[in-house]
Design a protein around this ligand. Structure first.
Ligand SMILES: Cc1ncc(COP(=O)(O)O)c(C=O)c1O
Length: 433
């Protein structure tokens, strides 16, 4: 097995850097430690093809959205039909009505919805709704959790060490993007996740000021770390006790863990929630969903491209495919097969790891067989450097996973053969890391 040659990617990236800041459209399109990102030409099913002609089995899925695989024929047909009718009207369409209604049927917390274009915007919108409804200002978010890149959202999303996070009862507000307005974090309180005692302490002390507790119900973006048994229900009970809204940010978990997201998977219904990424199979659309009285608090969604007809058509087609019988069972089966493969590699190569499949998301923690349960625990236990080596080496042999923290996505296009081939390739990769 030979390492891929990627000279054309290198040359194109170097040229792009002359004109485009960072040479990429999103900072996440170039991984930490990556000399240059691979420039992609096209995708088909579970595979991506780069400008040098290399084929990758893809588990990055465009950072989550691609849940039907690349170039899904039904999705293309639905989108093409809409392209022929028009791409943008600044007016409601019959399909907008259809999608809004459908979402209230499939998302447990959704009595009403609003549309946005990205997860970042949807979270901005939901926090505004929470403030409008409660008349309070502060938002509790959790250390290590990412909810978007606006000034207020990008607070304590990462750290290199536990010390950097500060004491557990007074976690630092870490702001590390140039130009970010520090005062935007004034109304943010940072808490440790998976810790009900710590949450209650904060709510007891500040409940008169707190509008919402915002969390990823399965901490995907920054771990991944599973909720401990009873944690989600416990957090909801505390929110209700202290008259605070519970916000599930399901930008990753939505449509991936179950059609109705993590709230359906864990049967804990938040008061409000945000969705994006996989809802369209790869087009920009985000959703705010929640209880009718909360959603009607008087916040009016703005945005030129909100409810863009092409994205709406893509969402209807994607949901139509995902709601067919057996889809999530197949995800689970493939995810379990991948985990089983990882466990075999772990034994063979003496690399401890923890792996778990939840719907179409597989979490992988290297360096520990004992699952990390908090972000601090993760920073201490997980071998982040080895994971990055895994990312870079796997890419060189044709397996593309997410560059940070062990998030692996599946699509309806992945097959058992893909999984088995992946493990075969990773056998070589594990021997090198
Ligand atoms: C949990 C979560 N919330 C919000 C966002 C922001 O979404 P977007 O990148 O679409 O703005 C992300 C993006 O990765 C996310 O993972």
């Amino acid at each position: 097995m030979e390492r891929f040659h990627t000279e054309k990617s290198k040359a194109l990236f170097e040229d792009t850097c002359n004109y485009l800041v960072d040479g990429v459209a999103s900072s996440f399109h170039r991984a930490p430690g990556e000399e240059y990102p691979i420039v992609m030409e096209y995708g088909k099913g579970s595979k991506l093809y780069d400008v040098d002609g290399n084929e990758y089995i893809d588990y990055n899925c465009a950072m989550g959205p691609v849940i039907l695989g690349y170039n899904n024929a039904e999705l293309i047909e639905a989108v093409t039909k809409q392209l022929q009718k028009g791409t943008q009207f600044a007016a409601p369409t019959p399909q907008l009505n259809q999608l809004a209604k459908k979402l209230t049927e499939i998302i447990p917390c959704a009595e009403k919805v609003m549309f946005q274009n990205s997860g970042t915007e949807a979270v901005m919108c939901v926090w505004r709704v929470a403030r409008a409804y409660t008349g309070k200002n502060k938002i509790v978010k959790f250390e290590g959790q990412y909810h978007g890149w606006s000034d207020e959202e990008k607070v304590t999303i990462d750290a290199d060490s536990v010390e950097e996070l500060g004491p557990i009862d007074n976690i630092y507000k870490i702001i590390n993007t140039k130009g970010q307005r520090i005062a935007a974090a004034d109304d943010i309180i940072v808490a440790p996740w998976n810790d009900l005692q710590a949450l209650e302490k904060i709510l007891k002390q500040h409940s008169n000021d707190i509008a919402a507790v915002a969390m990823e119900p399965f901490m995907c973006d920054s771990g991944p770390i599973l909720p401990q048994p009873g944690y989600l229900q416990g957090a909801k009970d505390l929110c209700e006790k202290y008259n605070v809204l519970l916000h599930f940010d399901e930008v990753i978990t939505g449509f991936r863990m179950a059609l109705g997201g993590a709230q359906q998977y864990y049967n804990v219904i938040p008061h409000i929630a945000t969705f994006a990424k996989a809802i369209t199979g790869g087009y920009p659309l985000a959703v705010v969903a929640g209880r009718k009285d909360i959603m009607d608090a008087g916040v009016h969604a703005s945005g030129t491209f909100n409810g863009n007809p092409v994205s709406v058509a893509a969402a209807l087609a994607t949901i139509g495919i995902l709601e067919r019988p057996g889809v999530y069972e197949k995800f689970q089966k493939l995810g379990d097969r991948l985990c089983h493969g990882f466990e075999k590699l772990s034994k063979k190569h003496h690399i401890p790891l923890f792996c778990a499949a939840k719907g179409s998301i597989v979490e992988l923690q290297l360096g520990t067989a004992q699952e990390a349960t908090t972000f601090r625990d993760f920073l201490q236990k997980a071998d982040i450097e080895k994971y990055q080596k895994l990312f870079h080496t796997a890419k060189a042999y044709g397996v593309r996973i997410t560059p940070l923290r062990g998030r692996i996505y599946l699509t309806t296009a992945h097959t058992e053969e893909d999984i088995d081939k992946t493990i075969e390739i990773l056998d070589v990769v594990f021997s090198q890391i």
